[in-house]
Write a protein that binds this ligand. Structure first.
Ligand code: AMP
Ligand code: ZN
Length: 139
């Protein structure tokens, strides 16, 4: 547990939350500053700052909760869709340095929008990038 981490303190029961799901290793609760009605967070109880720091089996346990939680959040809010979002690093928008997934229900005209400023690329560039990634994966 990181003493200065708000999500560790929530996981330890030192700071209250509005809980929707809990088991030995993860916890889901309502976001205190929701982007939409029903905005829910899923956290690992153990402190990891970034997703790539998590052991695969612990990340897999979090991942196993995603379909049921996504369905429950979307249906409970009567939403038409849902964004599942996981930020890593300040540059990505991460404000709380403890791994968490956002579940954000979406309805038409909710004003949240969706920014996806796709760029053009070319096969040569994509191949180089894939090579660099594959090298690190060892595949
Ligand atoms: P991120 O920008 O991905 O790190 O998201 C952090 C989220 O945590 C924000 O949506 C905050 O509203 C939410 N948050 C921060 N403190 C609390 C808290 N005590 N209880 C519930 N949600 C929180
Ligand atoms: Zn933490």
């Amino acid at each position: 547990m990181a003493d200065d981490c708000i999500f560790c303190r929530i996981a330890a029961g030192e700071v209250p939350c509005t809980r929707v799901y809990e088991d030995d290793t993860c916890l889901a609760f309502m976001d205190i500053g929701p982007l939409a009605d029903g905005h829910t967070l899923l956290i690992s109880k153990k402190h990891y700052e970034f997703i790539h720091e998590m052991p695969a089996d612990e990340a897999a346990h979090l991942g196993r909760q995603i379909p049921a939680l996504a369905r429950a959040v979307q249906e409970a809010m009567g939403a038409d869709g849902l964004n599942v979002l996981q930020n890593n690093g300040h540059v990505s928008g991460q404000a709380v340095g403890h791994v968490h997934f956002h579940f954000i229900p979406r309805v038409p005209g909710d004003g949240l929008g969706y920014r996806w400023p796709a760029r053009e690329s070319d096969t040569e560039t994509l191949k180089k990038q894939a090579d660099a990634i594959r090298q690190r994966l060892g595949t």
